[in-house]
Design a binder for this molecule. Structure first.
Ligand code: C5P
Length: 442
């Protein structure tokens, strides 16, 4: 059993500490890649551990911005965090208060962790104060807030602190720790900040949600290449970033995910089974081979619409004259999946330059799928970019996912798909609760 192996390994006497940390670290799935974490650091001796925390979050692939309280800079310098996070560090409002930094940071953060959270910081957060930048960011943000208390054991046990903690927990704040043990002040008891590796695991787990728990999801992503001869091909500008982000978000939502990917330079997301293909025909074959037990198909690939009718067996020689190539349409994979008798819920993508809703609804009906995610191409959006904007359309509804980074949009898309899945499953089963693995037929 893997867990057993870890426990045995961790119990080995004399095991070097860094190796032990790596093992503990690898125990959980990493859901932190591409996440935007705002780390608040307040003024306690445990602030030195926050430097290691930033490093581990970066290793896990998260973006980290650090906001320090004025007291924190008496324990650790902003430069340390700047070097480790690769980002500017905020210690206070800049002179120009109209800059609205607290609002910008509050919007940027997908989650906020205050570590260490001193007794004073806990009290101020519990009261909802906004008289330093960190407190103001916490107040202005809708992002989930977690705190990692660190203080003397008597301060932690004090009724005032316990009351503040309770108030925050009732408000939905996650209180991580504290651990118990020897303290910097020489006393022993509860009040030690959790170790960075434990905080990383908590944060990672906080991104896992059960929206698609137990469902089998197949995602297609990237372009296809249609050969003209052994060295040349027709393709398109798809980077695969959106499809990969969707596969990752589906995995975080608890689904078992197969990713059928055209040629891209991206790493396959952790926990996702990725099969690489080149042509539309190969993508068609690999997608269809996964349909037997599939609950949800998300066609994010930019499949070539045409392929050369007769690719040359040898490299075509350069000639002076113009040359024409006869093209034939490739199979429409999404439409083929939607036409299966036992079929999953189907979501397609559409790139449009205008009249998004009208064209997207037409495409949804024409392909016979439950949802189309339409994006406007041009104006720095769509292919090869890190940002996107999506208009989702389904039978009787639509919703705009405003411009944002693709990983964030992908998570919002998964929320909408999960909601649609639940609605359709419910309407199929009358008033019965949602059944996973329910098949949808058009
Ligand atoms: O028809 P159009 O290319 O605009 O439709 C886009 C949607 O259809 C995308 O979801 C894409 O993955 C899917 N598609 C497909 N097979 C094709 C062409 C498009 O699955 N041959």
């Amino acid at each position: 059993m893997p867990g057993q192996l870890f426990d045995n390994a961790l119990n080995q006497p004399g095991m070097p500490f860094p190796l032990l940390k790596v093992l503990v670290h690898s125990r959980a799935m990493n859901f932190l890649r591409g996440k935007r974490i705002l780390l608040g650091v307040s003024g306690g001796i445990a602030a030195y551990k926050s430097a290691e925390l930033v490093r581990q979050l970066r290793v896990a692939g998260a973006f980290v911005r650090v906001v320090m309280t004025p007291a924190a800079s008496e324990f650790i310098t902003a430069r340390t965090f700047q070097a480790l996070s690769g980002e500017r560090v905020w210690c206070d409002w800049s002179d120009d208060r109209t800059a609205m930094e607290h609002i910008e940071l509050a919007r940027w953060a997908e989650t906020i962790l205050v570590a260490p959270a001193t007794a004073d910081t806990l009290a101020r957060l519990a009261q909802g104060r906004a008289d330093d930048l960190l407190a103001a960011v916490c107040l202005a943000s809708n992002a989930p807030l977690a705190v990692a208390p660190a203080m003397n054991q008597a301060m932690w046990r004090h009724a005032a602190t316990q009351h503040n903690v309770l108030v925050m927990q009732q408000r939905g704040v996650s209180v991580l720790g504290p651990a118990s043990g020897a303290q910097a002040c020489g006393e022993t008891g509860p009040g030690r900040m959790l170790e960075p590796v434990e905080l990383v695991e908590h944060l990672s787990a906080s991104f896992a949600n059960g929206l698609l728990a137990g469902l089998k999801v197949v995602v297609s992503a990237g372009p296809t290449r249609e050969p003209l001869d052994p060295v040349r091909f027709f393709s398109n500008r798809s980077s695969g970033k959106m499809g990969y982000a969707v596969a990752r978000a589906a995995r975080e939502a608890g689904a078992l995910v197969d990713l059928v990917s055209g040629p891209v330079v991206l790493e396959s997301p952790a926990g996702v089974d990725c099969v690489r293909v080149e042509t539309a025909a190969e993508m068609h074959r690999e997608v269809m081979a996964r349909m037997a037990d599939c609950d949800l198909y998300i066609g994010a690939a930019a499949v070539a619409d045409y392929r050369p009718l007769s690719p040359a067996g040898d490299k075509i020689k350069k000639q002076e004259q113009t040359r024409s190539v006869e093209l034939e349409p490739v199979p429409d994979i999404l439409a083929a999946v939607a036409a299966l008798e036992q079929r999953p819920l189907c979501v397609g993508f559409a790139a449009e330059t205008g009249r998004l809703e009208e064209y997207a609804q037409k495409k949804r009906i024409q392909k016979g799928v439950e949802m189309i995610a339409a994006n406007r191409v041009g104006k720095g959006l769509g292919f090869e970019t890190d940002d996107n904007e999506l208009l989702l359309v389904w039978d009787g509804g639509s919703c705009l996912l405003e411009r944002d980074h693709k990983p964030i949009l992908a998570r919002r898309l998964i929320e909408q798909i999960a909601a649609l899945y639940a609605r359709l499953a419910k309407s199929k089963s009358g008033s019965k609760p949602v059944e996973h693995h329910a098949k949808h037929s058009a």
